[in-house]
Each structure stands twice: as structure tokens, then as C-alpha cells.
Design a protein around this ligand. Sequence first.
Ligand code: ZN
Length: 258
Amino acid sequence: MSQAVRVTVWNENLHETMFEEIRAIYPEGIHGCIAGFLKDAGYDVKTATLQEAEHGLTQDVLERTDVLIWWGHMAHHKVEDAVVDRVHQRVLEGMGLIVLHSGHASKIMRKLCGTSSELLRWREAGEKEILWVVDPAHPIAEGLKDRIELSHEEMYGETFIIPKPDDIVFISWFEGGEVFRSGVTYTRGRGKVFYFRPGHESFPTYFNKDVQHVIVNAVRWAAPRAMPQVTLGEIKEPIMPLANPTHNVIAGLHEKID
Ligand code: ZN
């Protein structure tokens, strides 16, 4: 049996510690809630927070992480650049990254996108959101119906200043009329990246079964796969000499130029 995918759930863990009304929604923290349903799905899950040494994301932790999940909002600027560089390098090497909700403005998202990743409209009015599945064949959408309905969420509206995604899996509609690319994927180096919009801290969004289903699917999708081994300096098939010796690399092109 193959080993379980190793997931690290990272959270800045500030709203839950600063505000009682948020702690009432997420008594174990947002990271605790997400780690809980990912463990139930069979993943090997650990958590890390901003407050820990090196934000809990040491080289050793990242090397033992297949997929990193990122939730941050008010303290993006407090994340050390050295840690962001380390996460970035691991994504290039093949670690999956799932950026949630206000993580759109995190240092790691901006570095991977090469854009500001700002959104030009937002509103906190507890309005209805419908996430339409616009790529039903995508592995992240597997097992969903045609939409996810959230009765209360914060609104994020286009324009979202991101590079053109590899895939757009979800587009949100909000009660106030705005739309948003709510589920987008990128490939950076060998790593797969998924941004997923829902998850404002003052609503119990991560307890929603459809939202959990998306994140469970996304971990499976983003997990690194065995890559082809590249062997340098080994020619597998004989190369026939060209008719014109001037262009004959086997006869020694460099000597001819010299
Ligand atoms: Zn929010």
C-alpha cells in the first residue's frame, strides 16, 4: 500500500486567539478544523502556525510535507522572507500548495504568481455565495454537484489581479451581483498550486461538507507524483553520421570550427 499523503496545514492563528466570537466558531483554530477533516479522509496531517519558531515551517518540516495548506489574513507582512523562500523552493521541487481565502495576498502567493494578487472588490455583508463548477472533469471537482452554495460568506469580486490560470475550476456568484474566479490552478516548477476562495473566519465555512470535499480532492490532486528520472550523458540509440562531414558532430564539429 502506498504511504498516506503528508499534509501540513499552516495558519496565522490570530483571529481565533484575539477574538472570542471567532474562537467560538473555530475552537481548535481554522488549522485544527482543516486538519481534522483531512485526517478523517486518511491523510497524514500536521499543523504549523505563525507563532512557532520559523513559523513551524523548518526545512525538515517542509521536506516531510507533500502538500502545504496556507491560511493567512492580517499578518502576511509578519511571515519571514526566508520562510517564504523556503516554501517557494519546495513548490518548485514538487510540493503541492493550497492557498485558501485571504491567502491570496500572502507573500508566497504573490511570489508564485508574480503579480499583486489583489482583488478589486470585497464586502463583508454575510451574503450568499454560489460557487459554480465550471470544469466538471477536473479532479478537484470530482464527486461534487454542479454548484456549492454557502448561505453566508464575505464577497470577493473581480478583477482578481492574477496571471491566467492553468485551470479555472470554480467561478463564484455573490448575492450582490459580483463574480470571482474562486478556484484556480497553476504549475510552478514541478509543484501544483490551487487557490480556493471560501473561508472567511467569521463564518463556519470549513465545516461545510462540500468545501471539505474540495480541499480533500485538492490535496490528492496537488500531491507530488513520481517524476521520470533524467540520466545525463547517456545516448540510448546510435546516431547516424551526416553525409556532409562539415556538419558531422560525431566526426568532431568543434575541431572543424576551430
Ligand atoms: Zn475574509
